[in-house]
Design a protein around this ligand. Structure first.
Ligand SMILES: C[S@@+](CC[C@H](N)C(=O)[O-])C[C@H]1O[C@@H](n2cnc3c(N)ncnc32)[C@H](O)[C@@H]1O
Length: 263
C-alpha cells in the first residue's frame, strides 16, 4: 500500500515578525521560527529575531539587502513550495503582520493552489506599534472613532490613491495610518490638505520599536519639510489626525496643543 497517499500536505508557515523588537514576537511566531529548517526572510526582519532560529536552519534573505534588487515574488513563491514539498519545514518570515501590506495573501493563494497547507501567524503590524511607541492611541473615545490603514506606495498598475477622499474620511474623526509614505510625502501632504486643516497634527516614526527609533511631530502643512529636515526615511509610519498630538504625553485637549517637534 502506498502510504504517501495518506500523508497530509506539507504546511508552510507565513509568520509575522512584528515591527523589530524581538520582545514583540508572539509565542506562536517564536515556536514556528524554532521549528523551521528553512527561513525565507524579508528585509525588515532583524537579526535579533533570527536568533530564535535553530543553528542548523538555512536562512535565505529575499529582500533588498545591500542595495540589491529584491528577489522576484514569483521566485519566492516557487521556492517556498518546492522546499516544502521536499520535506523542509518552511517559514516565510515577514516584518509586521503577513496580511498587512505583506503580500501574505498572494503567497497563501499560490501555495494553496498547489495543494499545500498554509498557516498564518499574526505579527504586530508597524502602524499601531509605531503609534504606541510614541504614546499615541490610534483611537480615543473623545478624538478618533476609527482607523484607516493605507499605503502611500500603490502598485504601479493600480489607480492612484485618492488622498482628498481619505482626508474627507479623516476629517470625520478617523485616524490615518500611512505605510510606505516617505517616497510620496509631498503628494500625501498636498492631497490631504484638500480636506484637512493645515494644523492637523501629524507624527512620523522611523524604525519603530528598535534602538534606532526616531520620530517627529508637526502640522500637516509642514509634513514634507519636516521629513526632509529631520532626514526621516523608510521604514516609517505616518500618523495623521488629532490623536497624533498625544505624542510623548503632550497635554490634552488637543485643540490647545501647539504644534511641536520632538527629537
Ligand atoms: C512592505 S510594508 C510591510 C508592512 C508589514 N507587513 C507590517 O505589517 O508592518 C513596509 C512598510 O511598513 C512600515 N514599517 C515596517 N516596519 C516598521 C518599523 N519598525 N517602523 C516604522 N515603519 C515600519 C513602513 O512604512 C515600511 O515602508
Amino acid at each position: 500500500m502506498n502510504t504517501d497517499l495518506y500523508k497530509p500536505a506539507p504546511t508552510v508557515h507565513l509568520v509575522g515578525a512584528g515591527p523589530g523588537d524581538p520582545e514583540l514576537l508572539t509565542l506562536k511566531a517564536v515556536r514556528a521560527i524554532r521549528q523551521a529548517t528553512l527561513l525565507l526572510v524579508d528585509d525588515l526582519v532583524g537579526d535579533a529575531v533570527l536568533r530564535y532560529a535553530r543553528r542548523s536552519a538555512r536562512i535565505v534573505h529575499v529582500g533588498k539587502r545591500g542595495g540589491c534588487a529584491s528577489t522576484p515574488q514569483a521566485f519566492i513563491e516557487r521556492l517556498m513550495a518546492a522546499e516544502a514539498l521536499n520535506g523542509e519545514r518552511v517559514v516565510r518570515l515577514k516584518g509586521g503582520d503577513p496580511f498587512v501590506f505583506g503580500r501574505g495573501g498572494e503567497e497563501a493563494t499560490h501555495l494553496r493552489a498547489l495543494g499545500l497547507r498554509v498557516e498564518v501567524v499574526n505579527g504586530i503590524t508597524a502602524g499601531p506599534a509605531a503609534a504606541t511607541s510614541i504614546g499615541v492611541p490610534l483611537t480615543h473615545r473623545d478624538h478618533a472613532h476609527g482607523v484607516i490603514f493605507v499605503t502611500g506606495h500603490a502598485r504601479g498598475d493600480a489607480a492612484p490613491l485618492d488622498w482628498a477622499a481619505l482626508a474627507a474620511a479623516a476629517g470625520q474623526g478617523l485616524t490615518l495610518v500611512i505605510y510606505m509614505g516617505i517616497a510620496t510625502i509631498e503628494a500625501i501632504e498636498a492631497g490631504l490638505l484638500h480636506g484637512l486643516k493645515a494644523a492637523t497634527p501629524v507624527a512620523i516614526v522611523q524604525h519603530a520599536s528598535l534602538p534606532q527609533q526616531r520620530h517627529a511631530c508637526c502640522a500637516l502643512s509642514e509634513l514634507a519639510r519636516v521629513v526632509a529636515r529631520e532626514g526621516l526615511s523608510s521604514p516609517a509610519i505616518i500618523v495623521v489626525g488629532d490623536v497624533a498630538a498625544a505624542a510623548r504625553g503632550l497635554a490634552w485637549p488637543i485643540a490647545a496643543v501647539p504644534v511641536r517637534r520632538f527629537a
